[in-house]
Design a binder for this molecule. Structure first.
Ligand SMILES: Cc1cc2nc3c(=O)[nH]c(=O)nc-3n(C[C@H](O)[C@H](O)[C@H](O)COP(=O)(O)OP(=O)(O)OC[C@H]3O[C@@H](n4cnc5c(N)ncnc54)[C@H](O)[C@@H]3O)c2cc1C
Length: 815
């Protein structure tokens, strides 16, 4: 019995030591040495437990042999590499370059199973320069004041000429163009803040501004254009003399844009009276934003050189060129009507359009580089345009809803005080906080030199989805006020515009299912790309050496993450180190835990499903959700720190982190529930959820604390909705709502007095509120000043609660 206990003790000791070494990511030699030392101690000091040493001798012998590199390369690495190469899908150099485009930033840390928090927390907080701030307070403010969204969306179907002119002359289309070319040369953060502000006023205007500053001619010229092209186009774009659009999508190539059938054939032709080598283009594009008014078209097409006038190759691949609008053969000008948000958008068709070869962006040396150029630039633009627009819309919706649900009373109480509405308001505020955190911290990273390609997909998908949820919720809490269109409706156009954000720059279902995890797993994983590159290395011996290093690093990494996941799940990660000791500490620790679990699940999925994982979109989508939840929660923590860690914002931080980490848990759980190899799923569950599902969504009490912050005027409400257009002027509902909200603080106690001392005692019998005020005044319940205060407040509330009505002829479009 004692011998058995002794053996058990030594076995447990082995296990604990092995787990501790794996947890700490000890190198193979150290792990082997420690195990051998433990084995020797057992042999020497516990003769009755030698059974254990006998059992462990064989695995330890294998471990020792693995330390002898030539042996391990010959026996394991080479044979494995042969199979690996056969399984590896073939990839063109363009595809590889596209996959490797952009940089790996915080997304890479989350793949490690132990994120390096100081790297994130010590990064500089994004800030506006004096000039950028002046632009927001000056031209941007003026623009918002000029906008009448009802006129734009219903009566005119376009921005008015003076707004177009203002946008062009004030540089709204030139935020990303450097000053040397006459542009504004704004930081990514400032660019994002401008879009937030304009989007809080009009989606038509913000979409119009977003496009020239996003992926399009200016961005492509800046990075790949020849000096001549830059000198010609950039100053003209900056002055608004040229309006750009970028045409990639066509009827046959939507999400699978790389399959575009549009062709450019290199041939000789006439250009301005002389024969030149050029490109004959035939194309059909649709959905192109700004096309109807564009003067210069950025065009993506597939370039061929059948006569070998410029190249040995016939099929040169996807190429981007700049084509002037008035080039013969182009049909342009008709408009699509995108969901009642009448920004300029339409088809472009080209028949035998001939342009010189040097119209290719970057000249002929960039022929065939179009896809790489687009993917590279997408990593920046996708972090800014749509996330900022969605954030601006959500900030405005949350700001409005917080005030509206306080001034709108039903059942003798502000509707926002009913638990059902409170729950909706809490998630609106929490999600808006997440959106703002993600867009601003990521923009700050771009300003620090990053081109975060995987976060750009995460932001595109999650921020626009959050935008959709916030817009839906805002409509619900406004009731009929949100539904009836007209000049008094400040919500419905934003709500209508949501599918545009969901669809463009990579439709959301595709982005979630294919891109976030698919690109992340290759790009951010510490070993996968190294293994792939080593396997493709033309120098076979070098490739084998590098593959061996990556492979064994990868195996150790997976085992380590398994142990880390289990230990942190058992201990709720309480002992992991974090950069802050305050109330947010636990959220850092939970992210540590899920990072290890995610890294482990990723490796097991890739190892067991291989290429099949790409087809199992719902599995990779769920892993993408886990990654995104951790990313967004990290952004929330950093954003709070960037804002000076204000304690009054903590309910928002807690709501945001709790809901995101809960989402990570649930998606990991669903991943395991649907993993096709069931024994492997059971094994993973043991390491990931050894104590079951232990994390909970935000409580109602936390939700209530969040709602208080947006239903009461104060610093948190202002900070959450920073940069939106909330100037107090007659035609700005956000400003008027804020004014009414402030008045409600004094009005509510008076209303209560009228109810308690008047209505309940029978002294006040009128059914309508104005009548009640007068009776309360007559009964001495209110004095004249108080009655006037209530009259004024009631008039302002009724003005805000009003909806529009129309004569029949005002609504129909037929004369
Ligand atoms: C208002 C508007 C403005 C636009 N502006 C421009 C512009 O300026 N320039 C430009 O070039 N293009 C522009 N686009 C095009 C836009 O980028 C495409 O609409 C988008 O890429 C999707 O293509 P599609 O509409 O043909 O959808 P489809 O490709 O037909 O997709 C339909 C659905 O299938 C899903 N799907 C497709 N493949 C997969 C997959 N493998 N896995 C999972 N789901 C998948 C998609 O997510 C989508 O939900 C614009 C579109 C709109 C509507």
């Amino acid at each position: 019995m004692t011998a058995l206990l002794g053996a058990f003790f030594w076995f447990v000791l082995f296990l604990v030591l092995a787990m501790a070494l794996l947890y700490k990511r000890a190198p193979l030699w150290l792990f082997t040495a420690c195990m051998l030392a433990e084995l020797a101690s057992c042999w020497l000091f516990a003769p009755s437990s030698r059974l254990i040493t006998a059992v462990l001798a064989i695995p330890l012998a294998i471990l020792v042999l693995l330390n002898i590199r030539p042996l391990r390369v010959g026996l394991i690495t080479r044979p494995f590499l042969k199979t690996y190469i056969k399984l590896l899908p073939s990839m063109s150099s363009t595809e590889r370059e596209a996959l490797e485009a952009g940089t790996v930033w915080w997304d890479g840390e989350l793949f490690t199973g132990g994120p390096d928090w100081p790297k994130l927390m010590q990064a500089k907080a994004p800030a506006l320069s004096a000039e950028e701030r002046a632009f927001l307070d000056g031209p941007c403010e003026t623009l918002c004041g000029m906008i009448d969204d009802w006129d734009i969306t219903h009566q005119r179907g376009d921005l008015p000429p003076e707004v177009w002119q203002y946008l062009k002359t004030q540089g709204f289309f030139a935020m990303i163009i450097p000053k040397q070319y006459g542009g504004l040369g704004f930081s990514a953060y400032a660019h994002s803040c401008v879009l937030v502000k304009v989007a809080s006023r009009s989606t038509t205007a913000s979409s119009t501004i977003a496009v020239p500053n996003s992926l399009g001619p200016a961005e492509l010229l800046l990075h790949y254009g020849t000096q001549e092209q830059k000198d010609h186009y950039l100053p003209r774009l900056a002055r608004g003399e040229e309006v750009p659009c970028f045409a990639l999508t066509g009827p046959r190539a939507g999400s699978d844009a790389a399959s575009l059938p549009d062709t450019g054939v290199i041939c000789k032709g006439q250009w301005q009276g002389r024969e030149v080598i050029g490109i004959r283009l035939n194309f059909s594009k649709r959905y192109i934003t700004l096309a109807p008014v564009a003067t210069v078209i950025g065009l993506a097409f597939r370039l061929f050189d059948p006569e070998h006038l410029m190249s040995e190759r016939e099929d040169l691949g996807i190429t981007c060129a700049l084509i002037p609008r008035d080039t013969p053969g182009i049909s342009i000008g008709r408009r699509h009507f995108p969901i009642n948000i009448p920004f300029q958008n339409g088809p472009i068709v080209g028949h035998d359009v001939f342009v010189p070869v040097d119209f290719i962006i970057g000249g002929f040396r960039m022929a065939g580089q179009g896809w790489r150029m687009l993917v590279e630039q997408l990593s920046v633009g996708r972090c800014i345009s749509l996330p900022s627009n969605a954030t601006g819309g959500s900030k405005a919706a949350t700001y409005a809803s917080g005030a509206y649900t306080r001034i709108r009373r039903q059942f003798n109480a502000p509707v926002g005080r009913f638990e059902g509405v409170e729950q909706v308001l809490a998630r609106m505020a929490g999600r808006t906080y997440i959106m703002d955190a993600a867009r601003s911290v990521t923009a700050g990273a771009i300003d620090g030199g990053e081109k975060p390609s995987v976060p750009s997909a995460m932001l595109k998908y999650h921020i626009t989805e959050f935008g959709r949820m916030v817009a839906n919720d805002a409509m619900d809490v406004h009731g009929g006020k949100g539904i009836c269109l007209g000049p008094n409706n400040y919500l419905a156009r934003g709500y209508q515009s949501i599918p545009v954000a969901i669809t463009v720059e990579g439709a959301n279902i595709l982005t979630r299912s294919l891109i976030i995890f698919g690109q992340g797993a290759v790009r951010c994983h510490p070993f996968v790309l190294k293994e792939m590159n080593a396997a493709r290395d033309a120098d076979r011996e070098k490739g084998v050496r590098e593959f061996d290093r990556a492979l064994f690093g990868h195996i150790g990494f997976t085992l380590s993450n398994a142990v880390r996941s289990m230990v942190m799940a058992m201990t709720f990660a309480r002992f992991t180190s974090v950069p802050e000791q305050g109330p947010a500490k636990r959220y850092f620790q939970h992210i540590n835990r899920y990072s290890a679990s995610f890294a482990f699940a990723t490796d097991v999925a890739m190892l067991t499903l291989g290429g099949y994982l790409k087809k199992k979109e719902s599995l990779s989508a769920r892993l993408g959700d886990v990654l995104s939840s951790m990313y967004l929660a990290s952004m929330v923590l950093k954003h709070h720190q960037n804002q000076g860690s204000p304690p009054e914002d903590l309910p928002l931080v807690e709501w945001a982190c709790r809901s995101l980490i809960y989402q990570a848990q649930e998606q990991l759980h669903s991943f395991l529930r649907n993993f096709p190899i069931r024994p492997m799923a059971a094994l993973m569950r043991l390491f990931i959820f050894p104590r079951g599902l232990t994390y909970f969504a935000p409580s109602d009490r936390l939700g209530r604390a969040v709602v208080d912050l947006i239903m009461t005027p104060g610093v948190t409400r202002e900070r959450l909705c920073e940069y939106i257009y909330r100037t107090r002027e007659a035609h700005n509902p956000l400003g008027l709502l804020e004014e009414a909200l402030e008045l409600s603080l004094q009005a509510e106690p008076l209303e209560k007095r009228v109810r308690v001392e008047g209505v309940k005692t029978g002294k006040v019998t009128a059914l309508d509120f104005p009548g009640q005020i007068e009776q309360a005044l007559a009964a001495g319940i209110l004095d004249e000043r108080e009655a006037e205060q209530l009259r004024d407040y009631d008039a302002k509330v009724m003005h805000l609660v009003q909806v529009d009505d129309f004569a029949q002829h005002e609504l129909g479009t037929r004369a």
